[in-house]
Design a protein around this ligand. Structure first.
Ligand code: ADP
Ligand code: ADP
Length: 226
């Protein structure tokens, strides 16, 4: 079944700028889709429309078989991980991960179970009482992912999640993301500038330029026959 369907999606910003033009893509369950393309080509705009953080000017967006154009972000079955992983500095790791669930009025005992399960998957069990400032960059990034996975969403959106990490940590986190994808069986859409990340993580790569999809292909086909 298609996990996500983008049909003739357009985005024109209020100043008249057309950031995304006739974007069409059917994403199957458990795919790992990579968006690549030069800065300003519309990758983040597309992710933000999927997340519901940016209004869709025209076209149809479906998650599963539900049209979600007018559905609020919190009611879409989606979680987003940003590159600057804005954690709440005054909250513990536990509370950072629990926050979104509390907003959704999930019962406390269930929150506790979900947070601890996510902490186990991400190896954060011993860090639950810490504040973000007492964590390394990689640990913070894992908390940011933890915040996303506690909700067990159908689709994860990741906008250059590793770009602020040093090279060594990036390699390590790339492996963790790959494992996470397999373990969760979730659909992921991932924006990156890093060709190694695109090749090793992606099941399909979407190449964008000036708001237009240029090519959609497997990493093998794309990088062997450019
Ligand atoms: P990418 O993620 O590929 O770098 P973006 O989706 O962030 O690109 O931006 C696509 C284009 O839309 C850019 O030219 C950017 O300047 C423009 N843009 C982004 N946000 C706005 C906005 N709020 N108003 C007008 N133009 C915008
Ligand atoms: P609130 O943040 O709403 O004040 P509490 O601090 O009372 O909530 O915690 C609610 C539940 O969450 C507790 O019963 C506990 O099981 C769990 N919890 C809170 N912090 C931690 C933590 N650091 N490690 C493990 N479990 C925690």
């Amino acid at each position: 079944m298609a996990s996500l369907s983008l049909q003739h999606i357009n985005k024109t910003y209020p100043n008249g700028f057309e950031a995304v033009k006739d974007f069409n893509l059917e994403i199957e369950d458990k795919e790992f889709i990579i968006f690549v393309g030069p800065s300003g080509c519309g990758k983040s705009t597309t992710l933000r429309m999927i997340a519901g953080l940016e209004e869709i000017t025209s076209g149809t967006l479906k998650i599963g078989d539900r049209v979600v154009n007018d559905v609020e972000p919190k009611d879409r079955d989606i979680a987003m991980v940003f590159q600057n992983y804005a954690l709440y500095p005054h909250m513990t790791v536990y509370d950072n991960m629990a926050f979104g669930l509390k907003l959704r009025k999930v019962p406390k005992d269930q929150i506790d179970k979900m947070v601890k399960e996510a902490a186990k998957i991400l190896d954060l069990e011993k860090l639950l009482d810490r504040k973000p400032k007492a964590l390394s960059g990689g640990q913070r990034q894992r908390v940011a992912m933890g915040r996303a996975i506690v909700r067990d969403p159908k689709v994860f959106l990741m906008d250059e999640p590793l770009s602020n990490l040093d090279a060594k940590l990036r390699v390590q986190m790339r492996i963790e993301i790959s494992k996470l994808h397999q373990r969760l069986g979730a659909t992921i859409i991932y924006v990156t500038h890093d060709q190694t990340e695109a090749m090793t993580l992606g099941t399909r790569i979407v190449v964008m330029k000036d708001g237009v999809v240029q090519q959609v292909d497997s990493p093998q086909n794309l990088y062997n026959n450019p």
